[in-house]
Design a protein around this ligand. Structure first.
Ligand code: PGA
Length: 241
């Protein structure tokens, strides 16, 4: 894995945003995989500014987000869909038809997961998958477990993951859904390239395990070792071993 280390989370976001804008200039119909959470906020901020500064059009870009809560409508401010609308889709004016998203309120959630896999395939696959990582080594909602599901699936959230999502639900962990839909590690690893961001000392152990430890379902991110093109975008705190 190629590792880039920057002094601050803002510098991580700025550098990765510049790389993504370069990729869109080179390939205007780029297919992006996108994460939510706290880590990507400086990245989305920089991506908005850099896109405007360089007058880059997002009209042909297609996106697929990693995951969504079960039971939270996409119109609800607490959904990941709403987060993305606020941070990226709205400000950059992405056409709705180019936005791929899991719907956690679909009547048949298994079918919804299959639909998503088909939509990614129909788009020609993901060119660049951008990721965060959980302190427990999760990617999306692929939580540490005895075994992982390869493809997009319905997942139960660990208490630690629900706690780290509480801010999105007014700080009330009891309101964080217990289930979500998530791309699987095979879906993620099929992207042509992967860029993983991690910032803060709380992520250092997960980053070390992912890069240098055994490949194990106990640390789902470790499966990225099997991918031929992964770049890590770290701040100094997350890079400390
Ligand atoms: P965070 O979440 O950016 O809010 O820490 C990352 C993740 O859980 O993937």
């Amino acid at each position: 894995m190629i590792t880039h280390v920057f002094p601050t989370p803002q510098a991580v976001g700025t550098a990765l945003a510049a790389t993504v804008v370069d990729a869109i200039v080179e390939r205007p119909s780029l297919v992006l995989g996108l994460p939510t959470g706290r880590t990507p906020l400086p990245f989305y901020d920089a991506l908005r500014r850099e896109s405007v500064r360089r007058a880059v059009s997002w009209r042909e870009v297609r996106t697929f987000n990693l995951d969504e809560f079960v039971g939270v409508p996409p119109t609800d401010a607490e959904s990941y869909r709403a987060y993305m609308t606020r941070e990226l889709f709205g400000p950059l004016g992405l056409p709705a038809a180019h936005i791929g998203f899991l719907d956690g309120t679909a009547p048949d959630l298994e079918r919804e997961c299959e639909r998503y896999e088909e939509a990614i395939r129909a788009a020609g696959g993901i060119d660049l998958m951008i990721l965060g990582i959980g302190a427990n080594g999760h990617i999306g909602f692929n939580e540490p477990a005895a075994g992982l599901q390869a493809r997009t699936h319905r997942a139960r959230l660990e208490p630690e993951t629900r706690a780290s999502n509480a801010a999105q639900f007014g700080g009330d962990v009891a309101r964080v859904p217990r289930e979500a839909l998530s791309m699987g590690m095979a879906t993620i690893c099929q992207a042509r390239a992967v860029a993983l961001m991690a910032t803060g000392a709380g992520k250092a152990a997960a980053v070390r395990g992912m890069r240098d430890g055994a490949i194990t379902a106990a640390l789902p991110a470790s499966f990225l070792q099997l991918h031929p093109s992964v770049t890590l975008w770290l701040d100094a705190a997350a890079a400390t071993s």
